[in-house]
Write a protein that binds this ligand. Structure first.
Ligand code: BLA
Length: 295
């Protein structure tokens, strides 16, 4: 790549992350365009130097695999890539979020658990026990990104890569390498996942995914930038009908029913991201993925 000094300018793009993931998924399953793809194909940002790209698919096991990239010439680069299973499966949600400005990159890369791994030890053992070595592989290259709220941590797994770095070519290469590893691991989990037949368990999976979608649709840190680029109603549509599609159909509970601590006296949702006010400056899991001090 021809990155030059900061690496971010001419050469860097998150498109290759998306291409890699789609190619690897195609080797294992048939990608069918998701209805949201057509609808969100042409989003024109307010700023001329900015390009938004959206793609969304499903497969027999994946309800929704979607990606959003934002590219501003020599400036901000964004990746929001996620994949959600059909409710018949309980394998984790693939989550790759990266926001890069010339000053720094803010990254979350994880197989987000469908069930909180502090409360649901069986789920942690089932999916993460064997994956802990991944953390050792990347903990030096992509160190813990500093204080993070307990509200976000609930949605992260013990193998999460939460990091901030200077956007150099070497750091982005490390991130790409981690992305490829995490995506391969996720595809393996998907391949091995067994279809649930108990209606009760399927309902439980559906609700867990709906709770996750409800959280992210309300509290995504990317929202202010989306609003700036495509306006308030465009950003709302993108969040609810593309990025976190399913928030309006997989369940009927509201944000405040899932997260009552955000209720204000007048019945509206508190706009703060964190209510507990707790934050974690270091990785709060031990080498086995057991939580050290999450509430
Ligand atoms: C910042 N994005 C952050 C932070 C996190 C995330 C943890 C640090 C600030 C904080 O503690 O909240 C990402 N948080 C997540 C993710 C989950 C979560 C993925 O809880 C999942 C459960 N980021 C994006 C996209 C954009 C973006 C698509 O993923 C822009 C369109 C921007 N993220 C962005 C910006 C910041 C940020 C601008 C810094 C500003 C801020 O903290 O508000």
């Amino acid at each position: 790549m021809s990155g030059g000094a900061g690496g971010l300018g001419a050469g860097f793009s998150y498109q290759k992350f998306v291409h890699f993931a789609l190619e690897q998924t195609r080797l294992r399953s048939t990608l069918v365009p998701h209805p949201s793809q057509e609808k969100f194909k042409f989003i024109k940002p307010n700023e001329d130097n900015t390009v938004l790209n959206t793609l969304s698919f499903s497969t027999s096991k994946i309800r929704l695999l979607r990606s959003l990239t934002i590219e501003q010439k020599n400036s901000v680069q964004v990746l929001d890539f996620a994949a959600f299973s059909e409710p018949e499966y309980d394998f984790p949600i693939f989550c790759a979020n990266a926001f890069s400005s010339p000053a720094r990159s803010i990254v979350v890369l994880d197989l987000n658990p469908l069930y909180d791994t502090t409360e649901h030890k069986d789920y942690r053992e089932k999916y993460y026990r064997n994956l802990m070595p991944l953390i050792h592989k990347y903990s030096e290259l992509l160190p813990w990104g500093g204080k993070i709220t307990s509200e976000s941590l609930r949605f992260f797994s013990p193998i999460v890569i939460w990091t901030m770095f200077e956007p150099t070519e070497a750091n982005h290469q490390a991130l790409y390498s981690a992305f490829m590893d995490y995506y391969e691991v996720w595809l393996e989990l998907m391949d091995g996942a067994v279809r649930e037949t108990s209606e009760e368990k399927i309902d439980r999976n559906r609700e867990a995914q709906h709770k996750y979608l409800t959280w992210r649709a309300e509290k995504d840190p990317g929202y202010p930038l989306l609003k700036k680029l495509i306006g308030e109603s465009g950003a709302k549509d993108l969040v609810r009908e593309f990025l976190f599609e399913g928030v309006g159909s997989l369940g009927t509970k509201s944000f405040l029913e899932y997260f009552p601590e955000y209720a204000q006296q007048d019945g509206t949702v508190n706009r703060k991201r964190s209510m507990a006010g707790k934050s974690f400056g270091t990785r709060p899991w031990d080498a086995h993925g057991r939580s050290q001090h999450i509430g």
